[in-house]
Design a protein around this ligand. Structure first.
Ligand SMILES: [Zn+2]
Length: 82
């Protein structure tokens, strides 16, 4: 098992999560792949970055907060100009 892509710490395998680089490429989850072929599983994993649960939570939070930050900035500008 590779160490976390973001923090570089080697955790236990059950702490590690696959983060899809491009969510639109996501065909199925790794859990669904257990019944699939090993080649398909390897292909799917190659499209992912392995991150620990902590960093995965950070990534999810950043994605959400960057969206809400943009909205806040836009509303700030709106307040200043009115
Ligand atoms: Zn990490």
């Amino acid at each position: 098992m590779k160490p976390c892509f973001d923090c570089g710490i080697q955790y236990s395998p059950w702490v590690m999560q696959f983060d899809h680089i491009n969510p639109f490429q996501k065909k199925f989850t790794i859990a669904d792949m257990i019944n699939g072929s090993l080649e398909d599983l390897k292909k799917e994993i190659s499209k992912c970055q392995v991150v620990c649960a902590n960093c995965h939570a950070e990534r999810t939070h950043k994605q959400r907060s960057s969206a809400s930050e943009k909205m806040m900035q836009e509303s700030e500008v709106h307040e200043w100009t009115t």
